[in-house]
Ligand binder design. Structure first.
Ligand code: 5HY
Length: 241
């Protein structure tokens, strides 16, 4: 099978890091194609960046060939519902994936993300997914997204300090890392803090593989029905192969 892993921001180093993480957990026979739009924000930090990244992300899906599932590798699950309208293949957001897996591993979890301006979108998603009551708090480490790509930055230390506060103050039993750029930190942080630390990239890849193996497709009725043709709309959405 082939999984299209889309980083909706345009930072190539981050896309490559995400792709490497996905390949480390992909099963034999699963091809990971990690891409980002050619244009758009270098990082997604809050509502505005999310909005301007969606058209480019959707175009990548519409113009990509022969994939069996899609991972949206931005923790905001940017454009997730719209993406499910333009393909019948399973589309999994890394936020939704990590939240659900955390809820199956712990009674309550906290999220550690980047900047405070990103927190409300993640809180909205928890409510949207019906998991708000399982998350004690969405915390900001105040690490800008692109600092995660800077060698020698204090990003890991700041994220770790926030995890320690979540353990102490929230009594969190698991941690969800709230940025695709943190994908390479999960294993070490789990060992350091003695609790599950979930990275949405690998959670989403595992869920995509499972759904493809079960032959599951996104519904074509209701809210995820293909877009109606209209002036200024998109061309006919992808048909299943
Ligand atoms: C992400 N931004 O996963 C989100 C995280 C955030 O560019 N990739 C980004 O800070 O909202």
């Amino acid at each position: 099978m082939r999984i299209l892993v889309i980083n909706p921001n345009t930072t190539r180093e981050m896309t490559e890091k995400i792709g490497a993480a996905a390949r480390r957990v992909a099963s034999p026979g699963t091809e990971i194609v990690a891409v980002n739009p050619p244009e758009g924000p270098a990082s997604i930090e809050g509502f505005y960046d999310e909005a301007i990244s969606v058209p480019g992300m959707l175009e990548v899906i519409r113009t990509s060939q022969d994939f069996d599932a899609v991972v949206i590798a931005c923790f905001d699950d940017t454009g997730l519902d719209a993406a499910r309208c333009v393909t019948d293949r399973p589309v999994v957001g890394i936020g939704e994936a990590a939240y659900h897996m955390a809820s199956m591993l712990a009674n309550k979890f906290s999220v550690v993300t980047t900047l405070g301006r990103s927190v409300p979108a993640l809180e909205h998603n928890l409510h949207r997914y019906g998991l708000a009551q399982r998350c004690v708090r969405v915390r900001a480490s105040e690490v800008p997204v692109l600092d995660l790509e800077k060698p020698g930055s204090d990003a890991r230390a700041r994220i770790g300090a926030e995890i320690a506060r979540a353990a102490e103050e929230d009594r969190a039993e698991a941690i969800v890392l709230g940025c695709a750029g943190m994908t390479d930190l999960a294993a070490a942080l789990a060992a350091q803090y003695g609790m599950p630390v979930l990275d949405g990239v690998v959670c989403a890849v595992a869920l995509c593989e499972s759904m493809v193996r079960l032959g599951l497709r996104t519904t074509r009725i209701g809210g995820y029905a293909p877009p109606r043709a209209k002036a200024g709309g998109i061309e006919a959405p992808r048909k299943s192969a």
